[in-house]
Design a protein around this ligand. Structure first.
Ligand SMILES: [Zn+2]
Length: 372
């Protein structure tokens, strides 16, 4: 027994979340185009839950939980790729120059560790080089470094040493950081919440359907290459041919000092009215809003003026798919460490589990009719 005075305890009221699963998903290295480590983690959690597990040709994982027969197809999509880099070149001293994959801001990168994964799967940790401030000219100090000027220091002497490690141009370079439960345990910090959190929610919804009778065929998709232009969203939508599709993705949490008004973490359900890639189906948004109220869940609405989600491709496949995005507000996305809130995660799983159980042809016809 400790004689120290315990601090006021802060409870995490959403304790049913499988933190090990969240850690496994976010720890996997999987930048756009190199997602198989992440998709294999998702697959491992859906074995014994899904009736069918397959991939599209780009590598998106498609898990199906069958309905009671001839029901509509509902697709929940979360992208499993994260932003990162590939090795662009290696100089004579063994410093590695980078080509970005996805949208980085140079400001968040210097002095951060990265993991380089070779084609044989070996992993090496390096650090993005940074200059100390001593004697730096003010105009240099105030400038944001361009990503193309950054380099990785692996702690080696020469290009020969890098080649001995098996590192080659094109190898994946991913952010390195640890999954961490913060002081108030509702706040979870990790890399790659954008958008492993969407793939996690789709996985948890499918897990909740185990042993439950439902009409619709429910698909949980871990889509690839979202960060470079919603590419896996397109191919996986064509593979599934859904009647209704919901993209799950992070949105910018505007609840930090100096931010514009906008979505906040810890509210519960965040319905996206629109982003740069799609306009949410009004009938579907209204249905989800009503369902959330019925379940006593709080809803906020999100509008993004730029950026896109898997919805951008999903809604315009074939002759159109009933579609919207359900968002998870997250602070510090597109950096080494982002935050999510357990309430947003748990409430979104609750809402979507209830929703997919209710989808039948009558609802699909009602929604189709709502914009005619
Ligand atoms: Zn992103």
């Amino acid at each position: 027994m400790s004689d120290k005075v315990k601090p006021m305890s802060i409870e995490a009221p959403y304790g049913t979340i499988d933190l090990k699963m969240l850690e496994d998903f976010t720890s996997a290295d999987g930048i756009s185009g190199c997602e198989k480590e992440a998709s294999r983690v998702m697959k491992s959690y859906l074995e014994g839950v899904a009736d069918e597990l397959r991939y599209d040709t780009l590598g998106s994982l498609i898990a199906l939980k069958k309905g009671t027969g001839n029901g509509p197809k509902v697709m929940l999509s979360g992208h499993i790729d994260e932003i990162g880099f590939v090795v662009r070149s290696i100089d004579d001293k063994g410093f590695i120059r980078l080509a970005p994959v996805g949208g980085w801001w140079g400001h968040v990168l210097p002095a951060h560790p990265v993991t380089i994964t070779t084609r044989s799967g070996k992993k090496y940790v390096g650090v993005i080089g940074s200059k100390p401030p001593h004697g730096m000219a003010p105009e240099v100090r105030s400038k944001v470094q361009e990503v193309k000027d950054l380099f990785v220091d692996l702690g080696v002497n020469s290009k020969d040493e890098v080649e001995l490690l098996g590192i080659k141009p094109g190898d994946m370079v991913s952010p390195k950081s640890e999954f961490t439960v913060l002081a108030n345990p509702n706040y979870l910090m990790a890399k790659a919440w954008d958008d492993r959190v969407g793939a996690l929610i789709a996985t948890d919804v499918l897990k909740n359907l185990k042993g439950v009778s439902h009409t619709a065929d429910v698909y949980a998709v871990g889509s690839v290459q979202e960060e470079v232009g919603l590419r896996g969203a397109k191919t996986s939508t064509y593979a599934v041919k859904p009647d209704l599709g919901i993209a799950l993705d992070v949105t910018i949490a505007n609840d930090i000092p100096g931010a514009e008004p906008g979505s906040k973490m810890g509210v519960g359900i965040t319905l996206a009215i629109q982003d740069g890639s799609h306009l949410g189906h009004r009938g579907l948004l209204a249905y989800l809003d009503d369902l959330a109220k019925e379940l006593n869940l709080t809803v906020q609405y999100d509008t993004l003026l730029a950026g896109g989600t898997d919805s951008g491709e999903m809604h315009k496949a074939f002759d159109g798919v009933i579609n919207c995005t359900v968002s998870i507000p997250s602070r510090y996305i597109h950096s080494h460490r982002a935050l999510i809130h357990r309430k947003d995660y748990a409430d979104t799983v609750t809402l979507l589990t209830a929703f997919v159980k209710r989808v039948d042809w009558a609802l699909i016809e009602t929604l189709r009719g709502s914009n005619r």
